[in-house]
Design a protein around this ligand. Structure first.
Ligand SMILES: Nc1ncnc2c1ncn2[C@@H]1O[C@H](COP(=O)(O)OP(=O)(O)OP(=O)(O)O)[C@@H](O)[C@H]1O
Ligand SMILES: [Mg+2]
Length: 228
């Protein structure tokens, strides 16, 4: 019997048979400003406050202070959740240069210590920069993937893609991603819109349509109607 967990993103679960499969790694790829960080925050914070799953959020893109300030605007009080022991924000920028292998160990220690069941790496692109050798990072990431499965820890790893690019270009997505979701910026009627597409989700009969993403002061949601 497969176990599905609620994503925490409003409007998403009904498009994926009720939620993500426990232990899956979801690659969340998107253009800049498309909502990758906010989407991932919904997953971690709602997981902790509504679904009883602790989470670790690893930030590479924004430093922890800036991230906390920006996300507080949307109603997520990360400091409070950290004080309550429900989440942990790891700012790996501070220990960058220690290499991919050390960073992976650091994350795994935090997950085990907290008994966390959710992980976000924002972004995987920046995370992999710590490792020069493509050969080495393929091996390390494969190992990491297998450990996450064993821990039953469901993960979102974000990936920045330039507008118009269709491949992620990481060279690991075929074996590390159980699911690939994209957020794409488009301009329609002179207005910036973001659309959401599930490109793959192993073991799931999922929506194959584009849906609209709305970000407001209450956070991020996928709206029911599909868009072209
Ligand atoms: N308080 C808010 N109210 C409405 N929209 C907001 C608010 N805060 C952020 N946004 C929207 O969310 C976008 C940023 O989302 P987010 O930081 O998740 O994107 P991202 O894909 O992670 O970007 P980056 O590539 O820079 O990391 C902003 O560009 C803005 O459109
Ligand atoms: Mg971001």
């Amino acid at each position: 019997m497969v176990e599905r967990i609620r994503s925490g993103v409003e409007g998403l679960d009904r498009l994926v048979e009720g939620g993500f499969l426990r232990g899956d790694v979801i690659l969340l790829a998107g253009n800049t400003g498309s909502g990758k960080t906010i989407f991932s925050m919904e997953f971690i914070c709602k997981g902790a406050t509504q679904y009883g799953e602790k989470g670790v959020f690893v930030t590479f893109e924004e430093d922890a202070e800036t991230l906390k300030r920006n996300i507080l605007e949307l109603g997520f009080d990360l400091e409070k959740l950290e004080r309550e022991g429900l989440i942990r924000v790891l700012d790996l920028e501070a220990i960058k240069g220690s290499g991919l292998s050390a960073n992976i160990d650091f994350i795994l220690d935090a997950l085990r210590e907290m008994k966390a069941k959710r992980l976000v790496i924002d972004s995987l692109t920046a995370f992999l920069i710590a490792c020069q050798e493509k050969f080495e990072y393929r091996t390390l990431m494969h190992l990491f993937y297998k450990i996450l499965k064993k821990l039953g820890c469901t993960s979102i790893m974000t990936c920045s893609v330039p507008t118009g690019l269709s491949t992620l270009g990481l060279g690991i997505e075929e074996f590390i991603a159980d699911s690939v979701i994209t957020l794409e910026n488009t301009v329609r009627d002179g207005q910036l819109k973001t659309r959401f597409l599930i490109r793959k989700m192993r073991g799931t009969s999922h929506s194959k349509k584009y849906h609209e993403v709305v970000i407001d002061r209450k956070g991020l949601k996928i709206v029911p109607f599909s868009m072209m």
